[in-house]
Every structure is written in C-alpha cells, then in structure tokens.
Design a protein around this ligand. Structure first.
Ligand code: ADP
Ligand code: MG
Length: 212
C-alpha cells in the first residue's frame, strides 16, 4: 500500500533533515509511528499524502509513484486515494457537520457528489454516533464530536489509505481510545490501511505494528 525508499527531505527555512531509508505498510494494516514533537511526523505524513515532495527517493502509494507526479497530479491523487485526519481536525466553521463531511466532493472535480456518497456520509455519521448533529456547525460540537466529523470526512471518499496525525491529541484518555477504535473499525469496514503518527504511547497496543 505504502512504500518509501531512501527519502530525503528538508525545508528551505529550517535546519531540519528527514531521512527515511525504508518504510512500508501493507494493505489493510494499521501502523503507528511514534516520535517526540519536532521529529518529523507531520512532515512524513505530508510527504506520503503528496502535500510535500521529497528531494530524492521514491514514495509509492497504492501502486502510484507519488513522488513523480506534478503538483496538480499529487492533488488529484490525494483527493481520490487518501483520507487525512488532521491533528486540529481542520473543520470549516462556516459549514455544517454534513457539509464538512462531504467537503472533499466540493473541492475535487473528479469526485461526484451522488446519492451513494450522501448515503455513505449518513451511514458513517450513524456509525460514529453523530447523525443527529449533522446540521450543526463545528463551533456547536464538542472536541470528540468534531473529531468524529473529521473521521467521517476522511473515509467518505472510500480511500484505501487513511493517514492520522495525532488526531486524538486533544482528547481525554477515554475518548482517545474510543475515537481510535472508531477510526480502525471504519477503516476496516472500508478495507483501508491506517498509518497514524502519535507521541501517545498508551495507544500503541492498539496497532499491529509500531515504528520508532
Ligand atoms: P512533528 O510532527 O514530529 O512534531 P514536524 O514534521 O511538524 O514534526 O516538524 C519537523 C521539523 O521541521 C521541526 O523542527 C519543525 O520546526 C520543522 N518544520 C516543520 N514545518 C516547517 C516549515 N513549513 N518550514 C520550516 N520548517 C518546518
Ligand atoms: Mg506534528
């Protein structure tokens, strides 16, 4: 599903260097990557998602060599193949929960907001226990509810890869575990692999494989 080979990356404006000789994730598996703050976890996810481009090396996701695509190509690829759950949820306040879940369809010409997509949004919301809150805006939702909306949005396009960036970071310990289980459950139902970065060691037993 994901394969990285000899990846080197640096930002223009900082001394930080990311070096990844090899990393791989198989279909339908759950991999956690742990590391302290500032170690490059978000950078890694952004490379895999094609938001950033490596200086050298190969990144392959789902049979496509992402690191070879143009900027527009990587955007299209990301929209159709990857679900991203961001650390800060990244919901849009001017949109309702339902509109946030369906947001990928607004910004991606290649995706059609058809009846199936709407039904998928609805059943994800039911599975996540927020179906009675779909008309609310994020400001009227608790953090845990916002996180559920973000999970629904990451899965609604049926991606084969879900990336999660410390997405339980702002939650209390009970909610953390519940939300992570929910993400796994939904990913599994959809046949998606999950790659999650975290600095939360408590959550690690829930993954099949952990990398430091
Ligand atoms: P983590 O997610 O593990 O906390 P990051 O990937 O966000 O780490 O950051 C890794 C390093 O890269 C940090 O030293 C950070 O300051 C630096 N960094 C992150 N984003 C940028 C950027 N856009 N420009 C310059 N430096 C950055
Ligand atoms: Mg980070």
């Amino acid at each position: 599903m994901v394969e990285l080979e000899n990846i080197k990356f640096s930002y223009r404006a900082s001394e930080f260097r990311l070096n990844i000789p090899h990393l791989s994730l198989e279909n339908r598996k759950r991999l956690a990557i742990v590391g302290p703050s500032g170690s490059g976890k978000t950078t890694l996810l952004n490379l895999i998602a094609g938001i950033l481009k490596p200086e050298s090396g190969r990144i392959e996701v789902s049979g496509t060599e992402v690191s070879k695509l143009s900027d527009a190509g990587r955007r299209r690829f990301r929209a159709s193949q990857i679900g991203f759950v961001f650390q800060d949820f990244a919901l849009l306040d001017y949109l309702s929960a339902r509109q946030n879940i369906l947001y990928p369809y607004r910004i991606t010409p290649a995706l059609t907001l058809d009846k199936e997509a709407q039904e998928r949004a609805k059943s994800l919301a039911i599975a996540c226990g927020i179906d009675d809150k779909l008309d609310r805006h994020p400001t009227a939702l608790s953090q845990g509810e916002q996180q559920r909306v973000a999970i629904c949005r990451a899965l609604v396009t049926q991606p084969k890869l879900v990336l999660s960036d410390e997405s339980t970071g702002n939650l209390d310990p009970d909610s953390k575990v519940r939300i992570l289980d929910l993400l796994f459950e939904q990913a599994e139902a959809a046949g998606a692999a999950v790659l999650a970065v975290t600095h939360d060691h408590e959550l690690l037993p829930r993954f099949e494989r952990v990398l430091d």
